[in-house]
Ligand binder design. Sequence first.
Ligand SMILES: Cc1cc2nc3c(=O)[nH]c(=O)nc-3n(C[C@H](O)[C@H](O)[C@H](O)COP(=O)(O)O)c2cc1C
Length: 361
Amino acid sequence: MKETDLNNKETFSPLVPEYPINIGGVKVENPIWLAPLAGITIASVRKFYRSLGAGLVHTEMVSALGLCHKGRKTKELLYGSDEERPVALQIFGSNEEDIARGTDVALNIRRFEALQINMACPMPKVTKKGSGSKLMEDPETSAKIIKVMKKTGLPTWAKIRIMPATSAVTTSEYCELLFDSGVDFVFVHGRTPEQRYEGRASRESVEEVARRFPGMVGGSGDCYEPEDFLDYLRRGCAAVLAGRGILRDVFIISKTLKELGADVPEEYWNPSLDFQSELLLELGRSIYNTEGQSLALMISRRMLGALFKGFAGAVQLRRRGAITKTWQEMEELLLDWKNVQHMQPLDFTKEKFPNGVIGGP
Ligand SMILES: Cc1cc2nc3c(=O)[nH]c(=O)nc-3n(C[C@H](O)[C@H](O)[C@H](O)COP(=O)(O)O)c2cc1C
């Protein structure tokens, strides 16, 4: 018999055959993990995706300097419930002193199963201060950061991008330096920093590193279908990150787990529209109660673009969701989703939707 949770919703075990195993020093039930996504992987979203099967979740990147200055907003990024475990804290900073002090502050607030240094973010507001992917140009500082993180005694991970063809150091050589410095696991996003989020992620480049360091490397980039995740695993990756894929299909992780042999109830790979609205309500209410109204609205609107596929009223639902001003309005819309088809259609006009509608008109 399947278990049910407090809302009488069927839950499932995300265990895939031959798991649990230890990856990068952390015991996990499967290799399909929730990526760090700034502004999205807040505590409620992490808990939600654990309940949808993610083997591990990441916090979004947290500033080491912000933690040193004990910024309230920065510290809030650390909070979360035990239901989300295992959870990795992703931190960013430009030097080993800030990272040492920042991780110390974080670990005094809360325990994490792993610590991960962000060496991948290509955005100028991060790189211009020497953090994120800028660290890939500075192997010496990268090594010092890993060594100082190792002193916490926690599994120490890094997330990097592939090196540009013009770099004197290859991605494998850079990883070798990180492993020599003591890193326990490295995620490789198959784009160069210059590419940002454009173009195709190179699975071939990720595979090269994964084959060189078996069991120590995870893959990230362009995972939208279960087959994408399976391909990274076949190419030797020990784990794969679900990133933007969760914003296109809320059930991408559970669908992939089914392919990997987990016992996934049908609602999680062939969800009814009722189940989809229930889940979105559950997520939105959790965000509203924990992180507040504006995030509840922002994330619900994004998720509306990843749900109700095939429903004739999906476009109207997204349009109506885009103009809700309070969580109350969003909640009423989600409770009444079936009736949206009988409501006066909202036109998609530039005046009404100056910023567009997430998920397309
Ligand atoms: C909105 C957004 C926020 C992101 N935030 C982070 C972050 O905080 N830390 C990080 O290492 N990567 C971050 N990433 C990168 C993702 O973790 C992932 O590596 C990348 O999106 C490639 O995977 P995908 O093509 O499957 O989305 C972010 C990506 C997006 C789109």
